[in-house]
Design a protein around this ligand. Structure first.
Ligand code: NZQ
Ligand code: ZN
Length: 392
């Protein structure tokens, strides 16, 4: 069925390479004390840090900084940031980086408004309400997660070996600067992982047996074709503006709430992948690329084949006159070819440094002790079987 929905994505997007001059005015709307957050230093190497600091100074704002946010950002960084916001009476946070920096900044902004540990927002046993967060502005440097335009964030806790996500409208950035030239320096590997992540965000929503809004399926097919077309170009020609711009805008729209409006949420590969990154700290998109074709294979049967036929023919151009099962198998092999040949990502868990040691515990956590209500409901044993399929 087509569920009722409210469409509300109030993020002001500055898309293109000549908008940084608006940064000062955008930040000033929220006050004068700015906490600039970033990761391991890529923004300094690409010259963006200097340009951002220059704009902040020109606007007469007071600058505070927090650096060192890890890929797969850790709760300790969030705690540090929340404390800084309180200590320095920060008015607005400016996240400059990829999804990890933006995600961590979202929970710093929420953590600044409460007296308890920000992990309580994520801890499944607590799920503390996110009633308020300080305003966030983001400058995106890696096309992947869509954090620049969505309500979510994912944080790792190495002590408990958890990696948990949370959605809340209060976490939405007020404005995001999307300049494709800021992604010219993203390595071919991170470009591939980011593209696999975008692809997965679409697949998680598209593979759904509910009767859906057909127009949204068409949008998603277009976005998947965009990733398939431009990711390999961006890997080979890092400063190809057209390729970077297409990936950037697709990353935002794949997960900003538009394509899943009216649909039952049915994500499967993300919960399975977050367990891999939680324990092995692997890149999110790599884990998704390894899992997705196996999950597709596992869920294929007479009751689901029609979705694979739609996907195979519309996205990969598989011959529609073939038998449905043959089309489905060809679609899965096109998906594998894209991830492992075109994007040159590792094909198996052992190649990514993962063995069977934690399969049972990861599977149990990913289904939350029950069933993962995805495209096809998966229990702990199903997830273990899918991990096992990724061994070779
Ligand atoms: O830390 P720095 O030095 O900035 O380097 C980063 C990092 O090493 C580097 N990088 C970023 N921009 C660059 C660059 N290197 C050169 N040039 C640039 N312009 O790339 C590395 C990876 O960065 P990261 O931010 O970790 O990548 P990504 O954007 O893929 O974010 C991944 C995180 O987001 C979560 C993932 O689970 C993972 O923790 N997700 C967030 C979601 C959301 N908010 O909705 C949804 C996703 O499904 C995902 O779970
Ligand atoms: Zn993702």
């Amino acid at each position: 069925m087509i569920h009722d929905f409210i469409y509300d994505i109030p993020v002001r997007v500055y898309f293109g390479c000549d908008h940084l001059k608006h940064l000062g005015a955008e930040l000033k709307k929220y006050g004068t004390r700015v906490l600039l957050t970033y990761g391991g230093g890529s923004i300094k190497r690409i010259g963006l840090y200097d340009r951002v600091v220059d704009e902040i100074r020109k606007a007469g704002l007071e600058l505070f900084e927090l650096s060192g946010i890890e890929p797969n950002p850790r709760i300790e960084s969030v705690r540090r940031g929340a404390q800084m916001c309180k200590d320095h009476k920060i008015d607005v946070l400016l996240a400059v980086g990829g999804g990890s920096t933006i995600d961590a900044t979202k929970f710093m902004a929420a953590g600044a408004c409460v007296d308890f540990d920000p992990w309580d927002f994520l801890d499944v046993t607590k799920q503390a309400p996110v009633k308020r967060a300080l305003p966030i502005v983001s400058i995106l440097t890696l096309s992947a997660t869509g954090s620049e335009m969505d309500t979510g964030g994912v944080i790792s806790n190495p002590e408990t070996q958890d990696k948990l996500g949370r959605l809340d409208p209060a976490l939405l950035p007020k404005a995001s600067f999307l300049d494709p030239t800021n992604t010219f320096t993203v390595s071919p590997y991170q470009t591939a992982c980011g593209s696999a992540d975008i692809m997965s965000h679409l697949i998680e929503v598209y593979f759904n047996m509910d009767q859906d809004l057909y127009m949204l399926d068409c949008f998603m097919e277009g976005m998947m074709k965009t990733v398939i077309r431009y990711a390999p170009v961006a890997m080979k020609e890092p400063d190809n503006y057209e390729a970077r711009a297409n990936l950037m805008w697709t990353s935002s729209w794949a997960i900003n709430g538009f394509v899943n409006a009216g649909k039952r949420q049915a994500w499967s590969c993300h919960p399975m992948e977050h367990e891999l990154s939680a324990i092995y700290d692997i890149t999110h998109g790599l884990g998704l690329a390894i899992l997705t074709p196996r999950w597709m294979e596992y869920c294929l049967d007479e009751s689901t084949v029609s979705k694979y036929v739609q996907f195979g023919t519309n996205v990969f151009g598989v011959n529609p006159s073939l038998e449905p099962m043959e089309i489905a198998k060809k679609a899965i092999s096109c998906m594998s070819d894209f991830f492992f040949n075109k994007l040159e990502l590792k094909r198996t868990l052992p190649e990514a440094g993962i063995d069977r040691t934690h399969f049972a515990v990861m599977a149990k956590k990913s289904v939350g002790g029950g069933t993962l209500p995805g495209f096809k409901p998966l229990n702990q044993q199903d997830v273990e079987n899918i991990y096992e399929m990724c061994m070779k």
